[in-house]
Design a protein around this ligand. Structure first.
Ligand code: PLP
Length: 447
């Protein structure tokens, strides 16, 4: 089954962005919706699929964000739609803890099969990335009977109380929302572009600091979990240097600490592997998934060593909606799409196209401090020319130029100075090239 996207794959501007109909509804948004919610592009969506989002004024905008790495298989992907329709007609909810159903079990089987490692694995399903991170911490604490949780600078793990505490960036995620949960300890991140030590020794130096701090300030025997994103997402697509993740995983293993890979943004083919930790064969005890798991439906999982998942007392985990049958049906459709359409390999092809274009831009425009990422998860870090100083203003100007020209791109980064590109893995190549061309024009327009 591959009938392709259900709407024309083209960039099409019929009004200025936002058009009059969008503006009208955005006014209603302001009246009805809490002002606390952000909005990357002020258009009202009526359709989306493949590599485009269509707004209510009829503009067709190239989607270089995939709803933050969620619709990797495309919006309303065929297999997702088919599974969801069948499920929604059969039943919509029983609560898996009240009366189980096959879809939940099949998603767990798929996660156990797809996550790296040959050890016996089990899974639990939740509603969101943050909820899954919280559950990974619960499992690690129950299993180890320890409390401390290690997280990293620039890390993002969600917006619930525990995960706010685990997230690094204060504004906008934490400001005014404390107090935060205890026993969370933040470590320096191996961030090559901003490493203040020796740039050739980032891995060794960072591992040295982290292990020293854990041993001297917390006590390794008190640590339940080390939780890290294999490539940091909201923090700015920070790719740790080779050896850093394996070094942490080895330290965890040697000290009875549960090593948790937060693959919420990097998972499901995004980085050119099914999971980003495969790149260095990192041995994770628990893998946290969400975003790309279900073609846009709210679903999340914790997958890992069976003895860890089974160490929690009966009824210790769960939730009313976790592993909703419609979301599970969607996930099975999304996973089938990734596997049958070879979207993991496609992520690498997309990555090659993006990095070729991005590196060419970096040669031309001095505000590009670094191009980095893996697979279909690539970013520019922007600086004031000739310095390392973050340049968030340029990010705003480039995003605006792109929007006005029908291309949706997203920002990221602790300093707000990163542009991240994470298109749907089904984006047609001509649209991808067209979007990269507009981004190039955006840089030219402010240079
Ligand atoms: C988005 C994200 C989360 C939180 O997921 P939600 O579904 O928004 O709760 C956690 N970890 C990472 C790495 C993320 O990118």
């Amino acid at each position: 089954m591959n009938t392709g996207p259900h709407i024309p794959q083209e960039r099409r501007l019929v009004t200025a962005i936002p058009g009059p109909k969008s503006q009208e509804i955005i006014k209603r948004r302001s009246e009805a919706v809490s002002a606390s919610l952000g909005m990357a592009i002020p258009v009202v969506v009526t359709q989306a699929g493949g590599g485009v989002i269509v707004d209510i004024d009829g503009n067709s905008i190239i989607d270089m964000g995939a709803g933050i790495a969620v619709v990797s298989v495309g919006n309303s992907a065929d297999r997702v739609v088919k599974n969801v329709i069948e499920q929604v007609q059969a039943f919509t909810h029983t609560c898996f803890m009240i009366a189980p159903y096959l879809g939940y079990i099949e998603v767990c089987e798929a996660l156990n099969r797809l996550t790296p490692g040959t050890h016996k694995k089990k899974s639990v399903l939740l509603n969101s990335g943050a909820e899954a991170v919280e559950n990974a911490v619960k499992i690690a604490r129950a299993y180890t009977k320890r409390q401390a949780v290690i997280v990293f600078e620039h890390g993002y793990h969600g917006r619930t109380n525990l995960t706010m505490g685990m997230t690094a960036k204060n504004m906008p995620y934490k400001e005014g929302f404390g107090p935060f949960a205890g026993e969370i300890y933040r470590m320096p991140m191996a961030y090559p572009f901003r490493w203040t030590g020796e740039r050739t020794k980032v891995t060794e130096q960072a591992l040295d600091i982290v292990t020293h701090k854990i041993e001297k300030e917390i006590g390794a025997k008190n640590v339940a979990a080390i939780v890290i994103e294999p490539i940091q997402g909201e923090g700015g697509f920070i790719v740790p240097p080779k050896g850093f993740l394996p070094g942490l995983a080895n330290f965890a293993k040697a000290n009875g600490i549960v090593f948790v890979a937060d693959e919420v943004q990097t998972g499901f083919g995004r980085t050119g592997n099914m999971f980003a930790i495969e790149d260095e064969n990192v041995d994770a005890d628990l893998v946290v998934t969400a975003k790309g798991i279900a073609g846009g439906f709210p679903l999340a999982g914790v997958t890992g060593r069976a003895e860890m998942l089974d160490s929690v007392h009966a009824s210790g985990l769960g939730g009313t909606f976790g592993g909703n049958p419609v979301a599970c049906a969607a996930a099975l459709g999304a996973i089938a799409t990734i596997e049958e359409e070879n979207l993991v390999a496609r992520a690498n092809q997309i990555g090659k196209i993006m990095t070729d274009a991005m590196n060419a831009m970096a040669k031309k425009y001095s505000i590009i401090g670094e191009v980095r990422g893996r697979g279909a998860m690539q970013a520019f870090e922007l600086v004031k020319p000739g310095t390392d100083e973050p340049n968030a203003e340029a990010v705003g100007a480039i995003i605006k130029f792109c929007q006005q020209n029908g291309v949706l791109i997203l920002s990221a980064g602790t300093y707000g100075n990163v542009i991240r590109l994470l298109p749907p893995l089904v984006i047609p190549e001509n649209l991808l090239n067209e979007a990269l061309g507009i981004i190039d024009q955006a840089f030219a327009s402010i240079s």
